[in-house]
Design a protein around this ligand. Structure first.
Ligand code: CMC
Length: 448
């Protein structure tokens, strides 16, 4: 043992504060006492130290800004390995799901844990169709929004308003009641997404066509013009189906944690999902797909010098970031981005699209992937970089991009909410390390 290690051991012994880790527990020696914390096993990936007794026993709490090292729950739904760039829904690799499944089947898989039999699929699909009528009064709520309102704000409000029209789906306690609320939500939400879009375009809304699949129905409801026959383009339907599947769940991300946190107070499903929509709206989360296109347009308007903007993103004095690059968990290529990049290439070719902003995107991708700053920090293009490109190629307006993300993420939010309720997770209530003023006496205004 080196002199330095001996010194470190002696120092630790004198201070009597140290941690010893073994295979199944962690021993913390603090202030002369010893405490044991079990290590909780996982099927795949990170194991966790169960510190639920830490504060009671030691008076200490953990501090982990942004929850970078904190497991907030035990979950069976989705597993992702950020170092290897892998993603699994209920154990199935995302590559297989994206190639072989469809969005309705993925909704069932996430919600119920297994792939459906033919009968289960039919009954689930029929229920979603049966419940997808949205109360006519909801149109009046939609009417009062200005046309310029951001669709994510409108969507969040309408989702919350659904509570008033489906009061029996609010206080649900049994698995059956939760599954019913889930089917109502899945059924009605796609209408709300289509309606928010039609509002921004000044188009009359409609209630869809139940002879179509979930994705086809949404596509037609959102984009059918009143004065033209609607043509169902299979390239678009296929791209939408894939995009929705790839966004369907992503374990404990910001919006999902929000849904679980709100739901942990036993708030109903619709209100919890409404909170998730608001969380997703932010440009560091789902709003990034909109931010990507806005950034590309800005670079184009500025003359299209990609290197200049890459340099700006690297400059610590400049708060510009390359939108669509980097991820909290993936430190390798985002597996969804790999699938979506191929879809983006196929769609641009199939539709023969020539678009300066999309050319800039391709240049940006190349420069960043070869640049030392991005390589050393493991900042790869994420799913939102390519999803924005596809939505733009399909002619979907920029402000709608995050709504498309929300439609995809809905089954994940619902499945996580249901799991949290069925596991009986306690109400979410983090602690803090207070660093404000010490205790002091009130000073009258005349003496301040
Ligand atoms: N451009 C330039 N530098 C970046 C970028 C970027 N897009 N992302 C991270 N960095 C740098 C950052 O400045 C920091 O540098 P340093 O270590 O020198 O201080 C380092 O990389 C680590 O960044 P971080 O902000 O500490 O990482 P994080 O895990 O807290 O944030 C992120 C992850 C996704 C918020 C961030 O990468 C980002 O802001 N990206 C752009 C927004 C975006 O594309 N968001 C969509 C995420 S994917 C969809 C979803 O699941 O929500």
């Amino acid at each position: 043992m080196s002199e330095l290690s001996l010194f470190a051991l002696f120092y630790v012994y004198l201070n009597q504060n140290y941690i010893i880790m073994s295979d199944n527990k962690v021993i913390l020696n603090y202030d002369g006492n010893s405490y044991e914390y079990p290590i909780v096993d996982s099927t795949l990936g990170d194991r966790g130290i169960d510190i639920s007794k830490l504060r009671d026993q030691t008076g200490l709490i953990t501090l982990d800004l942004g929850y970078k090292n904190t497991g907030a729950t035990l979950s069976d739904i989705t597993y992702l390995d950020g170092d290897k760039g892998e993603l699994y829904y209920r154990g199935y690799p995302i590559e297989q799901i994206a190639e072989k499944s469809n969005f309705t089947e993925v909704m069932y898989l996430l919600l119920h844990g297994e792939l459906p039999t033919e009968n289960q699929f039919t009954s689930f699909d029929n229920n979603i169709k049966k419940y997808n009528f949205v109360a006519d009064e909801m149109k009046k709520i939609l009417d009062v929004f200005p046309r310029s309102a951001h669709p994510m704000g409108v969507l969040s409000s309408l989702t919350s308003a659904l509570t008033a029209f489906n009061p029996k789906a609010v206080n649900v306690n049994s698995k059956e009641e939760m599954d019913h609320a889930a089917e109502l939500m899945l059924a009605k939400f796609s209408h709300l997404c289509a309606w928010t879009y039609r509002k921004t375009q000044g188009l009359p809304i409609n209630h869809g066509d139940n002879s179509l699949s979930y994705v086809e129905n949404f596509y037609r409801m959102a984009f059918r013009l009143p004065n033209e026959e609607f043509v169902m383009d299979p390239v678009v339907v296929n791209a939408l189906d894939k995009l929705l599947i790839l966004h369907a769940d992503h374990e404990q991300n910001c919006s999902t944690s929000t849904v679980r946190m709100v739901g942990s107070a036993h708030t109903g499903l619709f209100a919890s999902i409404s909170a998730g929509v608001s969380a997703l709206w932010g440009p560091l989360h789902g709003g990034a797909n909109q931010a990507v296109i806005e950034m590309l347009e800005m670079i184009e308007a500025d003359g299209g010098d990609v290197n200049k903007w890459v340099e700006k993103a690297k400059n610590k004095e400049d708060n510009f970031r390359l939108m669509g690059f980097g991820h909290r968990v993936y430190k390798n290529f985002d597996p969804r981005a790999k699938i979506i990049k191929k879809a983006a290439d196929d769609i641009l070719n199939a539709l023969g699209i020539q678009d300066k902003a999309l050319d800039i995107a391709m240049q940006l991708e190349k420069v960043a992937l070869e640049d030392d700053y991005f390589v050393s920090k493991k900042l790869y293009p994420n799913v939102d970089f390519y999803s924005g490109i596809i939505y733009r190629a399909l002619g979907i307006p920029t402000e709608m991009f995050t709504v498309m993300f929300a439609l995809g993420r809905l089954p994940g939010w619902i499945s996580q909410w249901k799991e949290m309720r069925l596991h009986g997770d306690p109400i979410g209530r983090p602690r803090q390390v207070y660093q404000g003023a010490g205790v002091r006496d009130y000073v009258a205004m005349t003496n301040r």
